[in-house]
Design a protein around this ligand. Structure first.
Ligand code: NI
Length: 258
């Protein structure tokens, strides 16, 4: 069985000293592929450095919406340059966030549009962070309607079934993280049951939000994506092996990996 953790922040400081063990545990758990996701120009570079060190580890480069205010002059241009690297298979994370008030919303929208454009020009899918702003995400996608299907991922999805349908109409995939496994997440599990198998992905979004029953484990790590995959398999009424095969194939196809 092979699993693909499509969203891991192995470039976070918590992992620096333990990374070889974390990768080993991932491989032991059948997690053979991981996308390390950048939130700033600096840690996008770190994501690439990690991807270049380990087989099956890839990088995504971008400036996350909560960091766009802190971006220095030239940081976005650096992302554009980094996006050309062979280990870079995706753009982001990007998106919009109305929960934290860390960056003016208009500036977030401006960066989101630039990341989508970079995705289109590179052919590498964009990774969307969404917090309390589903309709705004759809509004940002609309100008690109003429260029659909877009290639992208709604990461750590927590929206409703209606929003998922609208995102999928734009061509996007829906990725579930550990929150899917939480006792209080009946509504989210019901949403997951409605997503067609060919649009599903799994991720940890580590170091945060470890899945149940390892919720107390800090940091979360790619090996634990198996727990989310198990939960997703239950919702889709298929075996863990099938959901692993399907979500890994979906991810490989989307990221352009064989
Ligand atoms: Ni993330």
């Amino acid at each position: 069985m092979e699993l693909f953790d499509t969203h891991a922040h192995l470039n976070a400081g918590q992992f620096e000293a333990i990374l070889p063990d974390v990768i080993q545990r991932a491989n032991d758990a059948g997690v053979t592929k991981v996308t390390v996701v950048g939130c700033t120009a600096e840690d996008s570079q770190t994501a690439i450095d990690i991807a270049e060190q380990y087989d099956g580890v890839f990088a995504s480069v971008g400036i996350q919406p909560n960091y766009v205010s802190e971006a220095n002059e030239g940081d976005y241009e650096k992302i554009v340059e980094l996006a050309k690297q062979p280990s870079v298979i995706a753009i982001g994370e990007t998106g919009l966030d109305r929960y934290w008030d860390r960056a003016p919303f208009e500036l977030q929208q401006e960066y989101f549009a630039k990341h989508i454009q970079l995705s289109i020009s590179t052919g590498k899918p964009f990774i969307v962070h969404m917090r309390e702003c589903g309709d705004d995400i759809l509004d940002s996608l609309k100008p690109f309607t003429g260029q659909t299907p877009l290639k992208g991922i709604m990461h750590s999805f927590t929206g409703d079934a209606e929003l998922a349908v609208k995102c999928m109409e734009f061509g996007l995939h829906i990725s579930f993280a550990g929150m899917l496994t939480y006792k209080k997440s009946d509504d989210l599990r019901a949403v997951a049951a409605t997503i067609p198998l060919d649009r599903l992905l799994v991720e940890t979004d580590c170091p945060y939000l470890s899945p149940h029953p390892k919720r107390d484990q800090r940091p979360n790590e790619p090996a634990l994506v198996r727990l989310t995959a198990e939960c997703l398999a239950e919702q889709k009424k298929v075996s863990l092996e099938e959901i692993a095969q399907i979500t890994t194939a979906n991810a490989c196809k989307l990221f352009g990996l064989s």
